[in-house]
Design a protein around this ligand. Sequence first.
Ligand SMILES: Cc1cc2nc3c(=O)[nH]c(=O)nc-3n(C[C@H](O)[C@H](O)[C@H](O)COP(=O)(O)OP(=O)(O)OC[C@H]3O[C@@H](n4cnc5c(N)ncnc54)[C@H](O)[C@@H]3O)c2cc1C
Length: 416
Amino acid sequence: MLTATPLKRQYADAEADDLRILVVGAGIAGITVAQLLRRNGRHPVLVERSRDGGHPGYMLALMPMVDGAIDDLDIRTLYRQNSTPLNWYSFHSSTGRPGRRDSLATILARYGDYRGIGRGELIDTLSSGGCPVSFGTTVAGIENGAATATVTLRTGGRDVRLGFDLVIVADGIHSSTRALVLGEQSVEVLDTGWGGWVVWAPEAPEPDLGAELWGAGFFLGAYPIKGRLGVIVGGPNEDTAAGAAAFVGRVRDRLTTVSPMVESALASVAAEPDAYYWPLADCRASAWSAGRTVLLGDAAAGFLPTAGVGAGMAMESAWVLARMLLATEPGSVPTTLAVFERDQRPRVETAQQTSRQLARLMFRRSRALAVVRDLAMKVMSVEAALKPIQRLLADRATPGVPPGEKIHGKHGGNPA
Ligand SMILES: Cc1cc2nc3c(=O)[nH]c(=O)nc-3n(C[C@H](O)[C@H](O)[C@H](O)COP(=O)(O)OP(=O)(O)OC[C@H]3O[C@@H](n4cnc5c(N)ncnc54)[C@H](O)[C@@H]3O)c2cc1C
């Protein structure tokens, strides 16, 4: 549970630590890294812009790269209780005909769990046992000094200047803190020109089945969490501008077969006039670390939804960073951050590249291409589409240094 805690109280605890750590953003990455550090006796200050952490929520499919964090937090039983297994994936043709079914369980079981969970339930799980957060707080300035990062925090209508040994910037894909660290030109954005409405639908008869339909000028995804189905229906922004109900009507016109799952998804979007519209753009920061500051999660690399790995990679990065920090002394923070960036960034950008490639295949208008794609999907398995992600899962190293050792020296030392 997120526990509203005054900034002053959090900072008093942090000041007594060997490393004074600030985490900006109580989302998936920020909570994961803060809780992992707390579990190991540290007291990072966790601040969040929103007033109460309340979020309309959406569904997350989490691949096994989250398992390290889940295990180190000792929350696997609760995680399983609050989520549902994603055992099957079904692909519908561009006209709606249910096509091939792949066993996700078979593909991913060798690496660990693949589960569906609501964002709210994941945050409850990660923060079980209590998670202090100072709400209504943002960063107005950072002076990245050699010995200390002096941060101006804006909270309750006033500015407070505090010194930290490390600032973890985890304020999401639209991070405003990123520019304070790296400058305004620090991020490359890939805008697909497509977007989609994200809604909840009732649980489907097969609660471990996810489904996708890739049409000509539209797409639909339906993914289970416990007791509900998370749905996204989208298309090119110029077409979705007509509104959800009109766009759903247009999709229906293109379908010759409407399976019960697709019907439920379309009806749920049409019935929700204020549904959240997700503009499908990603981002990639030009660097992850600078002095005593580091970007984490979507602030470093924000994902398109097509491979379903944004939150997974954010949690993996949080786990890697937290492990590396356990062996880090104040003087070696910049070295640790540089090594973290060197080792983790290529993994995250590989996963992001897979999402971009799938988006190029999925977000197409051409009907001729949709027909060719339908034929190709008869032979192309999910296993083949997810090969690069599987390689990442197979190559996972346990980060950190042997117990009792410390990270010293200049950039280049590999603590792994
Ligand atoms: C609809 C949808 C579906 C998705 N589905 C999947 C999926 O199936 N699988 C998957 O792996 N990923 C999925 N993702 C991606 C996933 O949600 C993100 O990759 C993940 O949340 C990134 O975590 P984060 O902590 O970096 O950012 P976030 O979780 O976005 O957290 C950022 C936090 O920072 C706060 N904040 C923002 N600005 C400031 C500021 N200036 N100061 C302080 N706090 C601030 C925000 O309020 C928020 O709490 C989905 C995303 C969306 C939107």
